[in-house]
Design a protein around this ligand. Structure first.
Ligand SMILES: Nc1ncnc2c1ncn2[C@@H]1O[C@H](COP(=O)(O)OP(=O)(O)OP(=O)(O)O)[C@@H](O)[C@H]1O
Length: 510
């Protein structure tokens, strides 16, 4: 587990008095069609979903010559798509000096470790401060967590009312426990200086401490399964939520999670909440669904049109090696021998597709004497956190993972990503390799590709071409057609299953 443990671990359970009791389970009577009509009506009216959002552009930012703004926009290939055609009025916040005033002057203090806002922060902050719904699309490792996190914290600090017990004001949903914990760890630096309570909720650990922490938390960072359980058993009431984030939004809206998200969001009136979605990949398949959760959203894209194929971070050198599956293990050991030699072995992340495959590959690597740890869905939560921590600290320099670690994880100084087995989708490929080359650094990814993966060759070729990478002849032989349909298991494969629960859900295995 990270240096900071989540609130629930720090709070001791108290004897419940009547007023301490969590809210009783409420039947959600909201009729779906009514809800959809409401969203449409609000979209037509263009009403703002926010109550405590105010934003006045700093005088210094207004004074900048338009040419300077235009250069920033074109250099970073920034695009705003706004049905209300209002977004361009908000100049990108190119320096922390232009942040709007905040009732709690401490809020911005932790930002001083950074030189300037990243492009996705610069462009989405003004819109989010102003209360707009936003879809933010930017490459892996580009600072999206603070892009949605800072406006959330400001909105809650500006609001005069304190939380009713068990009624959080903000919910941030992410697909995996490690990612939820990482978001929480980033945000807690800011909640600590502003006295906002936060809690991280995920499956695989006891619910009691989480229930206790929910009493005072203004911000809930959660994975969907456990949050839904706690909501359904009446441990938390989400009807006062005014800031909702879906991180890794395409994954959250995919069919593996779609129903959980709908159930969680049902009691949060769209008229009173600001809805924010962030991702590095934005397939067409989820866009219409995303709109049903949002009110006149502005889409902000950094690095090019989101209608194109998923885009890899341009600082990552991508090598694809087409080979026979039987040669993979030797090639893996060869690559590790090279990267692990000397006093300072490189941090290498090795991706497999199946849990059993990951265990086998981890055993192989360990037998060859490398310092390796593993992370996959069959490990219990404390082993997952411990192994991730071992990799972060350098106690293990190789981490073997399934796609549970593909998205969002921000592990410093991963030099090389090796894909032993290609993932189920090209989006997952982009996320996997995005564990290297983060926060402006260079990275390298080596992918073993076999005939079995040929259905994805077209999509991969497009990703390589878009990033101006070498496309091997052997890969082109498999064809360049991009199949429209995603793999059926996209989502289900990746879903974190709450190991505390009896197996009523499908547990995906190889
Ligand atoms: N303004 C900034 N300047 C420099 N570094 C920053 C800035 N904002 C955030 N970072 C750092 O950049 C790293 C990557 O940020 P983050 O994890 O939010 O990326 P991300 O865009 O969410 O990536 P992914 O798509 O993989 O989830 C983090 O270590 C974060 O602390």
């Amino acid at each position: 587990m990270g240096k900071r443990s989540h609130d629930s671990a720090e709070l001791k359970p108290k004897k419940k008095s009547k007023s301490d009791k969590p809210p009783k389970e409420k039947k959600n009577k909201s009729d779906k069609s009514e809800k959809t009509e409401k969203v449409v009506a609000e979209q037509e009216n263009g009403t703002s979903s926010s109550d405590s959002s105010t934003y006045t552009q700093a005088a210094g930012l207004t004074a900048l010559p338009q040419s300077q703004i235009d250069t920033f926009m074109s250099e970073n290939i920034i695009k705003f798509t706004d049905p209300s055609a209002d977004a361009l009025a908000y100049r990108p916040l190119t320096s922390f000096d232009y942040l709007p005033p905040c009732d709690n002057s401490n809020l911005y203090a932790p930002l001083k470790s950074f030189p300037a806002p990243t492009p996705i922060q610069a462009c989405t902050w003004p819109l989010l401060f102003a209360g707009r719904d936003v879809i933010g699309i930017a490459e892996t490792g580009s600072g999206k967590t603070l892009a949605f996190g800072l406006p959330c914290l400001r909105k809650l600090t500006q609001s005069k009312k304190s939380n009713k017990p068990y009624h959080p004001s903000a919910v941030i949903i992410s697909p995996t426990r490690e990612l939820a914990m990482q978001i929480y760890d980033q945000l807690i630096k800011y909640t600590e200086v502003t006295d906002l309570g936060a809690v991280c909720i995920f499956g695989g650990v006891s619910k009691d401490e989480q229930r206790t922490a929910l009493k005072t938390a203004a911000i809930v960072v959660a994975t969907p399964g456990r949050l839904k359980d706690l909501q359904q058993d009446g441990s938390v009431d989400l009807s006062k939520v005014k800031y909702l984030v879906l991180d890794e939004a395409d994954r959250m809206l995919d069919k593996g999670f779609e129903q959980d998200i709908k159930d969680i969001v049902a009691p949060m009136p769209v008229s009173r909440r600001q809805t924010v979605m962030f991702t590095a990949t934005w397939p067409r398949s989820v866009r219409d669904l995303a709109n049903t959760f949002m009110s006149t959203p502005v889409t902000v894209t950094i690095g090019g049109d989101p209608s194109a194929d998923p885009r890899a971070n341009l600082r990552i050198k991508q090598d694809v090696e087409v080979m026979d599956g039987r040669d993979k293990e030797n090639r893996l050991i060869q690559l590790l021998t090279k990267s692990q030699k000397g006093k300072n072995p490189e941090k290498v992340l090795v991706f497999c597709l199946y849990k059993k495959e990951a265990m086998r590959v981890e055993r192989l690597i360990s037998q060859r004497g490398f310092k390796v740890a593993g992370i996959h869905g069959d490990l219990n939560q404390s082993d997952r956190f411990r192994n991730l921590e071992a990799f972060k600290s350098g106690a293990a320099t190789v981490l073997v993972a399934t796609d549970v670690a593909a998205r969002g994880l921000d592990i410093p100084a991963v030099m090389l990503v090796i894909n032993v087995t290609f993932p189920l989708t090209v989006e997952d490929y982009v996320h996997r390799i995005g564990r290297t080359g983060r926060a402006g650094k260079e990275g390298h990814a080596i992918t073993m590709f076999t005939e079995q993966d040929k259905g994805l060759s077209g999509g991969l070729v497009n990703v390589l071409k878009a990033a101006k990478q070498n496309v091997p002849e052997d890969l082109l032989k498999f064809g360049t057609t991009v199949k429209k349909k995603q793999h059926d298991a996209y989502g289900a494969f990746f879903k974190d299953v709450d190991t505390d629960k009896k197996a009523t859900k499908i547990t995906f295995d190889d």
